[in-house]
Design a protein around this ligand. Sequence first.
Ligand code: NAP
Length: 285
Amino acid sequence: MATIIDGRAVAEKMRREIAADTQKLISERGIVPGLAVVIVGDDPASHIYVRNKKRAALEVGFCSEVVGLPQDTTMDELKAVVERLNKNEAIHGILVQLPLPPQLDDREIIRTIDPKKDVDAFHPINTGGILAGKYDFLPCTPAGIMALLRAYDISVEGRECVVVGRSNIVGKPMALLLLAANGTVTICHSRTKNLEEHCRRADILVSAVGKPGLIRGDMVKPGAVVIDVGTTRLPDGKLSGDTAFDEVGRVASYITPVPGGVGPMTITMLLRNTLVAARLQSGAK
Ligand code: NAP
């Protein structure tokens, strides 16, 4: 039976370290890291995510501002809000909660965020930095997965890594981080032929699709490490990952549960990026 990777425990430990570093920044330099989250409209799931981010920020000693805007906000209005936050010296990290209502162009809004305050690491300057191997921030979910692998002493070097999913926020940056850690990386997507065959070759298999049951036990190499990013709300209200957990757990050496695996790491990496942003903007090491 696979070892279940405890994302909550790893995240808690990292948050304690972030809280200690925050106290140091406050006492030594008088700087309180500030995180602003902008949310447009009234999507209930997005509001829950934003509330969780604010609570997590306050818990580690940051200050946090949530800017709520109406569903019919225009591009000019949203850009003006982001530009005001860019200029606000008490705010070190800015995040615009996605998805945005259809009249708003998320790519243009992300380009409006000052790259030094782009704690989601979605600005083209930051995504380009990841490609070039020079960056201040990493996208939160893939960075959280790398932190989980490190926490469990799982080495990537020289291993076959298969990432299922190629979104800009998870799949593609995940593949780049595994590559940077010297893995041999394959990216699969909805047009991939023989998904099963690719998955069966993986020493480290990351699934970021959002289709419960996609990864079955017979698609996993014995002893593989299986990281499940998928998060789908089922009709009964429960959350499900992409893997058939019991089946895969009998074959894999390590597996992440949903919930309690990758999820808690994502907000943790957002906190870490905000702390890094505050240090960089204040000239602290
Ligand atoms: P996304 O933008 O919808 O991307 C899904 C990817 O899956 C696409 O690249 C798609 O391929 C691929 N795909 C779809 N059906 C497939 C199939 N049958 N076989 C192989 N690949 C297939 O989603 P996302 O934003 O990356 O998120 C993925 C999942 O992770 C979602 O469940 C999301 O809720 C979850 N998530 C969790 C966290 C967390 O913190 N735990 C964070 C972010 C996302 P094409 O490109 O060909 O369409």
